[in-house]
Design a protein around this ligand. Structure first.
Ligand code: FES
Length: 111
């Protein structure tokens, strides 16, 4: 089942953003970054202790080489695959979300 997440026109190039989608009674927050033709979407949920990755709604810390930093305990994650390169959950990954685009809208593939 596809669930609407955002309009493609909502995305800002090379900037992490957050959107919320409801899947039945469950509502989750997702972090989205557009880089050129690629769109990266992860559940906004750190694999260490489950904290959000944005320190304020839609605001993210990044290293100079553009890895996203968990504000709770400093874990760092690669944009391309969500792999944790350092911090207390090194070797884990953010949960990647499969997406589809249609009519300039982004949908997550919920199951
Ligand atoms: S909750 Fe993210 S590093 Fe601890």
């Amino acid at each position: 089942m596809s669930v609407f997440l955002c309009n493609l026109s909502d995305l800002v190039e090379d900037k992490w953003m957050t959107f919320t989608a409801a899947d039945g009674d469950e509502e989750d927050t997702y972090m989205v970054k557009k880089q050129g033709e690629s769109i990266y979407v992860y559940r906004n949920f750190c694999p260490h202790q489950g904290r959000r990755l944005d320190y304020a709604p839609g605001e993210f810390l990044e290293t100079p080489d553009k890895q996203v930093v968990c504000p709770a305990h400093g874990a760092t994650f690669k944009t391309e695959d969500g792999f944790c390169t350092g911090g207390p959950c090194a070797g884990d990954s953010l949960k990647a979300i499969a997406v589809t685009t249609r009519d300039n809208k982004l949908y997550i593939d919920a199951n």
